[in-house]
Design a protein around this ligand. Sequence first.
Ligand code: FAD
Length: 378
Amino acid sequence: MRPEMSDVIVIGAGIVGASCALRLQQDGWQVSLIDAGSPGCGVTAAGMGHLVALDETDQELQLCLFSLRLWREFLTSHPGVGEHSACGTLWVAENEAQLKEAQHRAERLSQHGWHADALNGEQLRRLEPALRKGLCGGVRVSGDSVVYPPLIAHHMVQDLEKRGGKLLAGQKVAAIGEGCVVLSNGHRLHARHIVVAAGMGVADLLPEIAVFGRKGHLAITDRYPGTLSHQIVSMNYGQAAVSADALAVAANVQPRPSGQWLLGSCRQDQQADTAIDPHALGAVLQAAMALLPCLAEMRVIRAWAGMRPASPDGQPIIGPHPWRAGVWLAAGHEGLGVTTAMATAVLLADQIAGRHSDLNGEAYLPSRFFPSREVHYA
Ligand SMILES: Cc1cc2nc3c(=O)[nH]c(=O)nc-3n(C[C@H](O)[C@H](O)[C@H](O)COP(=O)(O)OP(=O)(O)OC[C@H]3O[C@@H](n4cnc5c(N)ncnc54)[C@H](O)[C@@H]3O)c2cc1C
């Protein structure tokens, strides 16, 4: 093999690319992982790291649960890695309609073997005394948890290197050729398979794959240890698309192991950059305070925004490029990229190896965005 030749090149060392690279190296491929910056420096460093069983559709729930079980194995075999906290999720219902939906959620998750308890208002307040009085109830999902994603990505890359894989940090891929990538310094690297896991960078490398940014704001408080035990999420939280420049906000508050509270979240489309929008940030803080009034007395020390890499139908894009032979995609995970990174890695590694997967990944194939007449297999 030429020195610049690998079996697989993975572009992007975010949580998705790092998971794929490690899984492929474990499968026996010689993997080179390339990142324009450093592992976990993209949107992986800007999100909440909530490992959550979302169930807006059956398909979404199956993907989440498949991945969450892989996360459980990973975190059990890597104790102490990535600031893991088994805090669970407390979904909060503010009205009777949400309470009904909360009860359905508890049944649905439990039926799938993911333990969830429906709660009335009193039980909710006993679990989290900081919640405001008068809430209707909710669901406690004890198997959900929280990690600090950039630390996990970093750890995965170290593991990759220990197993003989290579990291090329600070190297931007300018173009993808046939069986090769061209770095911005003009250098070419060759591989049989090229996995594009470049987050928001996918749109530059493969303009035909319509990944776009869905902006979200977060803020973090000073340290208040012992004041919150669960990740608190409003029942009106969802990944639903938002129209043009509209703003979708739902309270989402995470206790960090440091005692800080991480406050989110919102969704905005068609935003040019990650500059803080005071109106959006204000709406996020208001929504959080509406559930947890003590926030009014707490100090927020930092705020930022990140772009969730989203696909047109809200599902991740995992699998072979429809017409570029040897090019594979692991992209468009929107607000669930941390949760579903493990499942993505398994699906992709199975596809590359030509193996059967325990999860049906048909719904995530890139070919769904291309009418058959436009598909040109090489
Ligand atoms: C506010 C917010 C809250 C979120 N909360 C959660 C949550 O609680 N749970 C959850 O599961 N998900 C959450 N997410 C979503 C999650 O963070 C993303 O889906 C996930 O991090 C995407 O990972 P990635 O590896 O695809 O992208 P990235 O982390 O962006 O990684 C892509 C990498 O590719 C590199 N790259 C790009 N272009 C090139 C190029 N040309 N050459 C070389 N390298 C390149 C970049 O440097 C980057 O490191 C949240 C996101 C936001 C914004």
